[in-house]
Design a binder for this molecule. Structure first.
Ligand code: ATP
Length: 242
């Protein structure tokens, strides 16, 4: 093997996060490389959402370090982290159902580092999600669950993040809609956006991601490759332990 080794876009080392005195994330660490999709799976309460919140600056770690593009970001507020180029699609989508689709998308512009190129970025997401383009003037509450999820992703993308954090994007969606959503995520990947994908559908995540890490009780358990997706025993073992 030869050639330059890419610097990770995100490096999480020895991360500790507590709620009150109770540890939720304990010495957790991983790296994401430019353009990589990293899956993050694990049972309920493993600490996945807590990890994403710590990266986004919503929760302050009690230990460890989070580096984005070589700079430590642990002590920065969420709006600064967003302007550096990280966006999050939270669990449950959090769209504004009384606002139009277009108004919801435009809310994402608030996370931008600068106002230049807004029109190009709006064109970018509308071309990526044609259904969102078509329904621009509808109120967001009229969209189906899968369409709302695409809207939430579009809203996150108009800030033109280099790293997108997705927390259970398929939650509550029917299987056929899940396929559509993953096609859309494939397009996001095609644009070179790095992603951390927290997903309950373990097999789907392992198949889609370049690499998937498994978390349990706040700690890293193992790492899986796409080829592990068809190995049900390996998946179940990694997920629940044996
Ligand atoms: P899920 O798949 O259920 O969303 P998760 O892997 O995202 O699970 P977290 O939500 O990060 O897990 O929770 C990690 C641990 O922290 C759990 O034990 C949970 O009960 C606890 N926890 C989460 N949020 C809080 C909170 N606001 N206050 C206290 N404890 C919390």
């Amino acid at each position: 093997m030869s050639g330059p080794v890419a610097r990770p876009i995100l490096r999480v080392s020895d991360l500790e996060v507590r709620y009150g005195g109770v540890p939720a994330v304990r010495g957790f660490g991983f790296e994401v490389y430019p353009g990589e999709v990293l899956g993050l799976i694990g049972p309920n309460g493993a600490g996945k959402t807590t990890t994403l919140f710590a990266i986004m600056g919503i929760l302050e770690p009690s230990g460890g370090e989070i580096e984005f593009e070589g700079s430590v970001i642990n002590r920065l507020p969420p709006e600064r982290i967003a302007r550096l180029g990280i966006a999050m699609v939270p669990e449950g989508r959090r769209i504004f159902s009384e606002f139009t689709v277009e108004e919801n998308v435009r809310l994402g512009l608030m996370g931008r580092a600068d106002a230049g190129g807004e029109a190009d970025d709006l064109d970018w997401v509308y071309s990526m999600f044609p259904i969102i383009d078509e329904f621009r003037s509808r109120t967001a509450g009229q969209l189906s669950g899968g369409q709302q999820q695409q809207l939430a992703i579009a809203r996150a993308l108009v800030s033109r993040p280099r790293l997108l954090l997705l927390d259970e994007p398929t939650l509550g969606l029917a299987p056929v809609i899940v396929d559509t959503l993953f096609e859309a995520l494939g397009q996001v990947r095609g644009r070179g956006v790095s992603m951390v994908l927290v997903e309950q559908r373990a097999q789907l995540a392992v198949q889609f991601a370049d690499r998937t890490i498994v978390m349990r009780d706040g700690e890293l358990v193992t790492s899986l490759e796409p080829s592990d997706a068809s190995d049900a025993d390996r998946l179940a073992n990694a997920y629940f332990g044996s």
